[in-house]
Design a protein around this ligand. Structure first.
Ligand SMILES: *[C@@H]1O[C@H](CO)[C@@H](O)[C@H](O)[C@H]1NC(C)=O
Ligand SMILES: *[C@@H]1O[C@H](CO)[C@@H](O)[C@H](O)[C@H]1NC(C)=O
Length: 251
């Protein structure tokens, strides 16, 4: 009798506060279970499929293709100054990823999760405007960019802290890190500026022959960008679903 009253009270409370029934969208795992990491491999794998199209109820944007309005990169070293603005960027391929392993440390005061993944092909494209200066030489180029990366191997590292508000206790993700190893990369920049077109052809050849070096130079910019996106997307789920529902402790 008492239990029923409590249950009714709990469900009333839950519906009052519009708490989301997460199991409609995502598989959840008991954080104290010995099989938690196996469970999470499946949960993240299924989660990727669901999140590819976005979850409207949680305001999660579609992640495959992922659309980013703009990315600005400014690069300076001695005589070189380069500004690169990419717009309407589409990133495709995340949903074909395979989740290999996960590691979870979910305590009362700290949250840390690692997910090992591989993605066979990531296709990134959009429009760009690039300006470069080398001593007194100036270049301006604009058009479309297109990059394919294959055989990516990487680990997502998410860190968070519990946060309690009037709706319960949630994990706020404060940090997202990844540093993908890439098997191969092919890029192409088209250039609508006649004056510098020949230079872009040269640039394309240079980029494809030296992509490993350029990728390393570009990584810090990409990582800062991924950090922001990862935190924002993760918190759409983590700040809306109470900790005890997302990572219940049944045992
Ligand atoms: C608590 O939940 C309500 C209803 O979902 C929401 O409008 C409100 O912003 C939430 N409060 C916080 C601090 O997130
Ligand atoms: C990347 O792959 C897409 C689709 O498979 C293709 O249309 C595009 O031309 C490729 N781009 C490059 C630079 O190889």
């Amino acid at each position: 009798m008492k239990l029923r009253v409590i249950l009714v009270f709990v469900s009333l409370f839950a519906s009052c506060y519009g708490v989301v029934d997460v199991e409609k969208f995502l598989k959840v795992c008991d954080r104290n279970s010995v099989d938690v990491n196996d469970c999470l491999v499946d949960a993240v794998q299924e989660g990727l499929t669901v999140m590819a199209d976005g979850i409207e109820e949680l305001d999660v944007p579609p992640v495959d293709p992922y659309h980013q309005k703009e990315l600005r990169v400014e690069y300076k070293n001695n005589q070189i100054l380069a500004k690169f603005v990419a717009k309407n960027i589409y990133v495709e391929g995340l949903k074909s990823s395979k989740v290999l392993d996960t590691r979870l440390r979910a305590d009362e005061d700290r949250f840390h999760m690692e997910v090992d993944l591989t993605t066979p092909l990531v296709h990134v494209h959009g429009s760009y405007r690039g300006e470069g200066r080398y001593n007194s030489l100036q270049i301006l180029a604009y058009g479309r960019f297109d990059t394919n990366m294959t055989d990516l191997v990487y680990t997502w590292k998410l860190d968070g802290v519990p946060e309690t508000n009037e709706n319960g206790t949630f994990i706020r993700i404060t940090d997202f890190y990844m540093r993908p190893d890439v098997g191969d990369m092919k890029s192409y920049l088209s250039n609508d500026n006649r004056e510098s077109r020949e230079l872009t052809e040269l640039g394309n050849r240079f980029t494809n022959n030296n992509w490993r070096l350029l990728y390393r130079e570009f990584l810090p910019f990409a990582q800062e960008n991924w950090n922001k996106i990862g935190i924002r997307v993760a918190n759409k789920v983590f700040l809306k679903v109470p900790y005890d529902q997302l990572f219940p402790t049944k045992s």
